[in-house]
Ligand binder design. Structure first.
Ligand code: BTN
Length: 246
């Protein structure tokens, strides 16, 4: 993968761009990467905005066609991608990397990157998956209000990194995990994902239907729901139903 990289100097969102290209029924091959130098309307999860200083970070979308995966097992793709990013960063930075459910990438208590996967289904079958990835690379200037919760590769390496080289290495890591997923190594990947799960087994405040409640993050279910123990009462949630209070 990543052999087919299309670099755009300026684009609203690489996810949107890829989606539009696909709707023109362009025959794009699996593994196509859309890399943005300046992404000016980047999107995050839950309708959030993804801000990135022009030319300083990794903002790209990767086209996958995981037809081997039952759409009800979509979470397995989330696991494979998050794990690939975590493993690549651990090697690069020589630090432990955490995955904040479902797919925020953390170093310590700070977010270094995020993933936005958009699955395109045709009825009950896969058409494609647009895997959007944003990693903070050379940016060290962030809005004061969020600075203590954000980090970048430069915070650790203390020098600028080459975006193209990082992209190549990250795509190699993604290819490895994607092939493992294809070969059915789901259990092992889920175990490695859980090993890195941010706040696993810890008491933490969560926002549930607008109410702040303390709970212990117990586990992740098969389908990727977050399981929390509220003092003996165990419940599980999807991303729209629960948030970490930070
Ligand atoms: C999140 O943490 O909420 C997910 C952020 C995902 C950002 C990436 S940057 C490349 C791709 N294009 C987008 O518009 N978003 C993703």
């Amino acid at each position: 993968e990543g052999q087919n990289v299309i670099t755009l100097q300026q684009v609203d969102s690489t996810n949107e761009y890829l989606k539009k290209e696909l709707s023109k029924s362009r025959p794009l091959t699996e593994g196509t990467v859309i890399l943005a130098v300046h992404q000016f309307a980047g999107r995050g999860q839950q309708g959030a905005t993804w801000f990135s200083e022009p030319g300083r970070n990794l903002t790209f979308s990767l086209l996958l066609m995981p037809t081997f995966l039952n759409p009800k097992h979509q979470f397995r793709l989330t696991v494979a991608i998050s794990l690939a990013i975590a493993r690549w960063l651990e090697q690069l930075l020589s630090v432990g990397v955490k995955i904040k459910w479902p797919n925020d990438i953390y170093v310590g208590d700070r977010k270094i990157g995020g993933v936005l996967i958009e699955n395109i289904l045709k009825g009950k079958a896969w058409k494609s998956a647009i895997v959007g990835i944003g990693i903070n690379v050379n940016q060290t200037d962030f809005p004061a209000a969020i600075r203590r919760r954000i980090t970048s590769i430069k915070d650790y390496l203390r020098e600028d990194s080459d975006i193209g080289e990082l992209l190549t290495a990250l795509c190699r890591s993604i290819e490895r995990e994607y092939l493992a997923l294809k070969q059915g190594q789901t259990e092992a990947q889920l175990a490695s994902y859980k090993q890195r799960l941010y706040r696993l087994g810890e008491r933490h405040p969560f926002l549930v239907s607008g109410v702040k409640v303390d709970g212990i993050l117990l586990d992740i279910t098969e389908t990727g729901r977050l399981q929390i123990d509220f003092g003996g009462h165990v419940a599980d949630f999807d991303i729209k139903e629960v948030a970490f209070v930070i």
